[in-house]
Design a protein around this ligand. Sequence first.
Ligand SMILES: [Zn+2]
Length: 101
Amino acid sequence: MRHANPTRGKPFGFKRDRLPNPADYYRDQGLKLIGGGEWKNALCPFHNDSKPSLRVRLDSGSFRCMVCGEHGGDVLSFHIKRHGLRFIDAAKALGAWEVTR
Ligand SMILES: [Zn+2]
């Protein structure tokens, strides 16, 4: 039995430039970003946070929690960790996955 592998030889459909704007994304995720400067502070959604421990960069979307240590380099990795998704599913959820034919 043989069947064609539909993904073989195709480039990844991930389109980084279609990731949402980090400021809009984190707001949509319910994070209240506070503070001035490059790094914003927010309550960390990865542990039971009582004061804003999560540092978020709005240009790159990178984040790091100073308490539980959760971190990542962009909104995609935040989405993967927060919602327990695979890379492809998170990219699709954020509208950054193009189905190529
Ligand atoms: Zn945390």
